[in-house]
Design a protein around this ligand. Structure first.
Ligand SMILES: [Zn+2]
Length: 485
């Protein structure tokens, strides 16, 4: 099996991937808090995880992917302060938190399907995992890693070694991220301590979602409350994948708090290493700035479609930047991706065409090694920390290579598309109203000739098309075909 090298946030270096079980990958991806339509920055995170899953599968691994839905307990600030995001949304949309979850999960699933991401094997909701969460909180209390106040149960970060191992931060820096000095609960011992259970009391006395628990607070009956956000992922991880997993992924913003907390509580509760490889994707910016609702740049997939771009164009854009790099979105860059993707689609339906430069006999001998060379290049890229942009470059090299017959090129590209996920196997000739098939064929041939920079051939094909009563205008790298009036 191919050696895969992965940049592990834990340790901050590339390491050879060694699965827990040969040929298998247990992977957890932090899913969305389902209180709003996910913006394209979140979509990029989903596509990045998808490329990683697809790479493993291409290389022969069986991947078990869990992606959760957070539908309770994620407060407007990640620092245990503020309102529950679900409740805020419930008030905004005049729905119950359950209806909010249903609504935004549906949108998320439609969007991720349209982005052609492979669905997760398990998609648990936090609210469906309450018994397991309570079990883990109880264990942490029993083992002395957590303590109760009347408002919440906190994880005591001073009880674990290496709380900041993932971020590499000093504790004082972490407190900046974790606590920001705001402690609305006087019983909280350390600013970085985080709530694993909130009682339905204090700021949360009117919480809409709550469950009875075995925990004790003077302020509520039956320990009523709801889980903190971080513990949910630990409990769902354990329930669906086990105590130790191969890969855990999420956005870079999760490193200092959410993922550090997941490690602390999982390892404290289970007594074994939690995750072998931590992967973090960088963010998408818009016009080189953080996406922001207030600036109108928090685009959703629906905005992209409304402007006439198909979801695969956005996916193509995402393929052009490595998951550990920031990517900047502009409408111009999306336009450029549209053109490139269109070229790729044109190539896939161009038909049996190919200008062979080498003599056939010589070609037969070299063909196999040539194909092998491209395949090795492709695998070299994807197995080096999932370098998809590099792998995409191989595709364009193949298209330009005049020594390979068309059908072999197409076969190779379709094979690589198992990783890219651009749906190239489903590309059909786009029939344009009122344009005869014969003309369409000539247009496709001309497009190919242009890609091969065979200008003479392209010109003679343009003349043939003209003879059939149609003319071609080339604008912005795209050919527009019109009937001669
Ligand atoms: Zn998580």
């Amino acid at each position: 099996m191919e050696t895969i090298r992965i940049f592990n946030t834990l340790g901050r270096k590339k390491e050879e991937f060694k699965p827990l079980k040969k040929g298998r990958v247990l992977m957890y991806h932090c899913g969305p808090t389902v209180y709003w339509t996910q913006h394209i920055g979140n979509m990029r995170g989903m596509v990045m995880a998808d490329l990683i899953v697809r790479t493993f599968e291409y290389l022969g691994y069986k991947v078990k992917l869990t992606r959760n839905y957070t539908d309770v307990g994620h407060l407007t600030s990640d620092q245990d302060e503020g309102e529950d995001k679900m409740e805020k949304a419930a008030k905004r949309d005049n729905l119950s938190p359950e209806q909010i979850a249903d609504k935004y999960i549906k949108i998320f699933e439609t969007d991720t399907r349209e982005m052609n991401t492979r669905p997760a094997d398990y998609k648990p909701r936090a609210t469906e995992t309450i018994p397991e969460i309570i079990g883990m909180v109880k264990k942490l209390l029993d083992k002395g890693f957590a303590y109760e106040t009347d408002l919440a149960i906190y994880f005591d970060v001073t009880k674990v070694k290496n709380y900041t191992q993932l971020s590499g931060q000093k504790m004082e820096e972490n407190i900046q991220d974790a606590g920001k000095g705001e402690v609305s609960d006087g019983g909280k011992k350390h600013p970085a301590d985080f709530a694993i259970w909130f009682f339905r009391a204090g700021a949360h006395k009117n919480a809409l979602q709550y469950w009875p628990s075995p925990f004790k607070s003077k302020l509520v009956k039956n320990g009523a409350g709801f889980p903190g956000w971080h513990i949910e992922c630990s409990a769902m991880n354990k329930k669906f994948l086990g105590e130790t997993i191969d890969i855990h992924m999420g956005g870079v913003e999760h490193i200092p708090v959410h993922h550090s907390n997941e490690i602390a509580q999982s390892e404290a509760a289970n007594g074994v290493k939690f995750v072998n490889y931590w992967l973090h994707n960088e963010h998408l910016t818009v016009n080189n700035k953080k996406m922001a609702k207030s600036e109108g740049t928090s685009y959703a997939l629906s905005d992209i479609k409304e402007k006439g771009f198909e979801p695969m164009v956005l996916r193509y854009l995402f393929l052009q930047a490595h998951y550990r790099s920031k990517q900047n979105f502009t409408w111009e860059s999306l336009e450029a991706s549209k053109m490139a993707y269109q070229k790729l689609k044109d190539f896939m339906v161009a038909g049996k065409e190919g200008k062979l430069q080498a003599p056939i006999t010589k070609l037969k001998i070299n063909l196999k090694s040539q194909i092998q060379k491209y395949r090795e290049q492709f695998i070299g890229y994807i197995s080096d920390d999932f370098n998809v942009p590099g792998a995409l470059g191989v595709v364009w090299e193949i298209i330009k290579d005049n020594s390979l017959p068309y059908l072999d090129k197409k076969k190779l590209i379709l094979d690589f598309d198992r990783v890219f996920g651009l749906g190239l196997d489903k590309i059909k000739k786009e029939r344009k109203e009122g344009i005869p098939v014969a003309v369409e064929k000539l247009v496709a041939k001309r497009e190919l000739a242009r890609q091969n920079k065979d200008w003479g051939k392209a010109d003679s094909l343009r003349n043939k098309i003209y003879d059939l009563g149609f003319m071609i205008e080339d604008a912005d790298g795209k050919s527009v075909i019109k009937k001669i009036e």
